[in-house]
Design a protein around this ligand. Structure first.
Ligand SMILES: [Zn+2]
Length: 117
């Protein structure tokens, strides 16, 4: 993906109208299709910039194998954190269902509770 500054420079040159799309493409070493897409508004004015070292999004260490899921990730593993979060949500939904007065779910859980008591 192109850097944001380059995309904005292309947009500026296109709107300036002094150079043809072909000339802009040759000057900035970008494909004519990209220039055309920016000129027609088919491509947004976004880009991807390399993360600087002080960015909170920059990984602190090289990717490593997660001990839980086995994926090669930047630790802490977001996959495992997301799975744990979803598990907690499912548990909350289940607890809410057992605490509600709906007879179908409560009877199911009350049966288990009576058995263990
Ligand atoms: Zn993991």
């Amino acid at each position: 993906m192109l850097p944001t500054a380059l995309v904005h420079e292309i947009d500026r040159l296109v709107r300036e109208g002094k150079l043809s799309q072909r000339q802009i493409a040759a000057q900035l070493n970008v494909s004519r299709g990209t220039i055309s897409a920016i000129a027609r508004g088919r491509r947004g004015l976004y880009g991807k910039d390399p993360l600087d070292d002080n960015s909170p999004l920059a990984p602190a260490s090289p990717p490593a194998r997660c001990p839980h899921c086995g994926y090669r990730v930047y630790l802490p593993c977001i996959v495992c954190r997301t799975r744990a979060h979803r598990q907690r949500l499912r548990l909350l939904v289940l607890l809410a269902a057992t605490n509600s007065s709906r007879p179908r779910t409560t009877s199911l859980f009350n049966r288990d509770a009576k058995r263990s008591a």
